[in-house]
Ligand binder design. Structure first.
Ligand code: G6P
Ligand code: MG
Length: 209
């Protein structure tokens, strides 16, 4: 029934969400700001600067725009170092096999991620040329829950949102999908989302829907 699947990247295709966590953790420790999994889950799908603003809600100090830019840059440096260690082995067999099987069914496959590091990550895990379209943090002005990133992906595929399924681990990602008129499948942290069309317990469950 679907002609395409648009995948979020961090936390869906690969576990860079753990690296985001580690990199933010390093910054929050330096600034003595509390940071835990609950706050981390609010950063899923949200742009780098918006993530920083969420983290700084717990800070007693006010920072200037310039200081904030330096913090975001510092976090990204740590994050990039972690990404540099990624290899095609960081793509699980389950994800690799499922992606291949979906492609051979004739489905168009795309990425819809808020991350500006998307091209680097895809290259590191050996998926640089795999997807039919890549819509990411470099071509959007509004991050999830705004549907922009998914609408751009479906436009690249020349398909209507109603013809695409979005796969997301972020609550704001599922919200973005429904706002844009897409069907959605929730995995991981987003599994509790009431508005998701499907809940995936495993990535491979995509082959059954
Ligand atoms: C993804 C992650 C977010 C991250 C955002 C921006 O959506 O889920 O946690 O903040 O990308 O990532 P970037 O690589 O551009 O800093
Ligand atoms: Mg994600």
């Amino acid at each position: 029934k679907y002609k395409a699947i648009i995948f979020d990247l961090d936390g869906v295709i690969c576990h860079t969400d753990q690296y985001h966590y580690q990199a933010w953790k390093a910054l929050t420790e330096r600034l003595h700001i509390p940071f835990d999994e609950t706050i981390n889950n609010r950063l899923r799908g949200v742009s780098r600067m918006q993530s920083l603003n969420i983290i700084l809600e717990k800070s007693k100090k006010q920072y200037t725009a310039l200081e904030k830019e330096a913090f975001a840059e510092g976090k990204n440096k740590i994050y990039r170092n972690l990404l540099a260690g990624m290899t095609p082995d960081d793509l699980s067999d389950e994800v690799r096999k499922t992606l291949k099987a979906l492609k051979s069914k004739g489905l168009k496959l795309a990425i819809g991620s808020s991350s500006k590091n998307t091209p680097i990550i895809l290259h590191q895990i050996g998926l640089g040329d795999f997807f039919d379209a890549v819509s990411d943090g470099n071509n959007i002005t509004n991050s999830k829950p705004d549907p922009e990133v998914f609408l751009k992906a479906s436009a690249m595929l020349k398909l209507a949102p109603q013809e695409c399924l979005v796969v997301e681990d972020a609550v704001v990602g599922i919200e973005a999908a429904s706002r844009g008129g897409f069907f959605s499948a929730a995995i991981g942290d987003a599994q509790t989302c009431k508005s998701a069309t499907y809940v995936l317990h495993h990535f491979g469950d995509l082959l059954n829907i």
